[in-house]
Design a binder for this molecule. Structure first.
Ligand code: B12
Length: 451
């Protein structure tokens, strides 16, 4: 790559392209963290987040009182491989024309940092690259994030960035920049770059919610999850997290905080208990959301009461399945652990039907009877069922199993692994059985809500 000066950096979070998408307090945390490292070192950093529902220029507004909400959706032509799926395909987020206008209004960036969170959202990254190249022909485009990390060859071939980065980007981006611009210092250590920085939420014109992390990665190794392939497990100092939450609350009046941790409650005595204890004592109008699922094994009675006192509002428990073989093999949550966690939360004042319990559907070795029995069980306990359709993720053990049992073929387009359609399309349970089950689930949750 030719040597040149780098000063203007654009962070670009593309749209979501999918059959469905809903904003559960989503923000491109990783991209904003990489951006913070650059800003701290004097670069001129700007942001275009196509998923910012709160941008004042948007006329489409659908925000629920809890801060979640619907994205604007433009129906787009389905990629050919999805032709047989009888559903509309959409580009969620900013209307395309608005993105063009916003890009044209920017000082041309020397470099664009593009992310992509989901492997089967790659068409959005591809579309972003061609748009960015048409407006900023001289800018260097760097692709990083979860899709680039899990599918680097695919991303290089299909999205065609100038540079692709796998894994944590903080130190790597400084190395890349110093190779291009010789005035940029090269010798930042890994720990210097990856220590806790405040993600660049300041770049949002209006800030309604932020994502926070008390840890990166996960100490567990569930067969279906890619966390281990994405990041090492490490925790941040609790004081820094408290400081960050206070910062956004005081500086930008943010009231909704969503935890992005994979393992929020691990070593709770040292980390999450002091954090929730602090907020329990402060009685601020702060609401915490845990849509990513917490581990019931680590939820004791004290934590349940701390949650309530600190303002934890959205709770989802990771359970996955009632099948005991699956529970054992995956070191997953037992029925006793789930029931105990629900009991504690109930005692702390949470109505059972306000608590979501994640249930997986479509694992290679999972039968339809298993999914159905698990759903009946959660409904009997009185909690809300949050069905998560399994979707094979490259590099995971469940991806390999799916290939072994002919549910998946390595040559398949990643678009077919979309979680909206995988269990249905793969023919595992059959289309009508799946649809009938989904309708039955809706009834169960509606009945609970009405009870
Ligand atoms: C928190 C989280 C969520 C949050 C939202 C997160 C967000 N950022 O907005 C919520 C709970 C809403 C969510 C929802 C879902 N999620 Co999720 N989620 C995660 C989780 C746990 C963390 C993601 C995160 O923010 N990480 C924090 C940052 C620091 O890491 P990062 O983004 O990777 O960024 C680093 C690097 O990638 C890199 N980087 C990133 N961008 C760039 C750009 C450049 C240029 C460079 C150089 C570097 C770089 O540097 C960053 C800093 O080190 C991941 C698992 C994981 N451990 O990553 C799953 C994960 C991303 N989710 C996943 C899934 C499947 C889902 C759901 C479909 C689940 C479901 N069934 O409903 C939904 C879909 C969401 C939707 N709207 O439709 C899968 C994705 C699988 C795939 N095929 O790609 C993952 C990997 C979990 C898994 N099962 O393995 N999720």
């Amino acid at each position: 790559m030719k040597k040149r000066r780098i000063s203007n950096v654009l962070l670009f979070n593309p749209w979501i392209v999918d059959f469905a998408a809903y904003d559960f307090w989503q923000k491109p945390y990783g991209l904003l963290h990489v951006g913070a490292v650059l800003k701290e070192r004097g670069f001129n950093v700007s942001l275009l987040d196509c998923l910012d529902r709160f941008d004042p220029v948007l006329s489409f507004r659908h925000h629920k009182e809890d801060g979640s909400g619907k994205y604007f959706k433009e129906v787009i032509e389905k990629p050919q491989v999805l032709d047989d799926i009888p559903r509309y395909y959409g580009r969620y987020g900013f209307p395309y024309d608005l993105v063009v206008r916003k890009l044209k209004a920017l000082d041309p960036p020397d470099i664009v940092l593009l992310t992509c969170m989901m492997t089967y959202w790659y068409p959005a990254a591809k579309e972003a690259v061609s748009l960015l190249r048409s407006i900023f022909p001289d800018a260097i485009i760097v692709l990083g994030g979860i899709y680039a990390t899990l599918c680097p060859d695919h991303a290089q071939r299909v999205v065609k960035p100038d540079i692709l980065v796998r894994g944590a980007g903080e130190q790597k981006i400084l190395e890349i920049l110093s190779n291009i611009d010789s005035e940029i210092r090269k010798d930042y250590s890994h720990s210097e770059c990856c220590q806790f920085s405040r993600p660049l939420y300041d770049l949002y014109p209006q800030l309604n919610h932020v994502g926070v992390m008390t840890s990166r990665g996960c100490p567990f190794h569930c067969d279906f999850c890619a966390s281990r392939l994405l990041s090492e497990y490490k925790r941040y100092p609790t004081d820094a997290v408290i400081d960050e939450i206070n910062h956004w609350y005081h500086q930008r009046n943010v009231q909704h905080f969503c935890f992005y941790d994979d393992a929020l409650l691990v070593d709770a005595d040292e980390y999450s208990k002091p954090l929730f204890r602090y907020f329990a004592g402060h009685k601020k109008d702060i609401h915490f959301h845990l849509p990513n699922g917490i581990h019931p094994r680590y939820l004791d009675e004290e934590l349940a009461f701390l949650f309530k006192a600190a303002g934890v509002r959205t709770i989802r428990l990771s359970y996955e399945s009632k099948n005991q073989t699956l529970q054992r093999e995956m070191n997953k949550v037992s029925d006793d652990e789930l029931e105990r966690a629900l009991e504690y939360l109930h005692r702390a004042g949470y109505p059972l039907d306000s608590i979501g319990v994640y249930l997986l559907m479509g694992l290679a070795e999972q039968t339809f009877e298993d999914v159905s029995a698990s759903a009946d069980y959660i409904a009997r306990l009185g909690a809300k069922i949050n069905l998560a359709s399994f979707s094979p993720i490259p590099g995971t053990r469940e991806w390999i199993k799916s290939i072994q049992v002919n549910l998946w073929d390595e040559k398949n387009d990643l678009l077919l692994s979309n979680n909206t359609l995988f269990p249905i399309w793969s023919g595992k349970y059959g289309y009508s059985a799946c649809m009938e089950f989904l309708n039955r689930l809706k009834e169960k949750n509606i009945k609970l809500a009405a009870a």
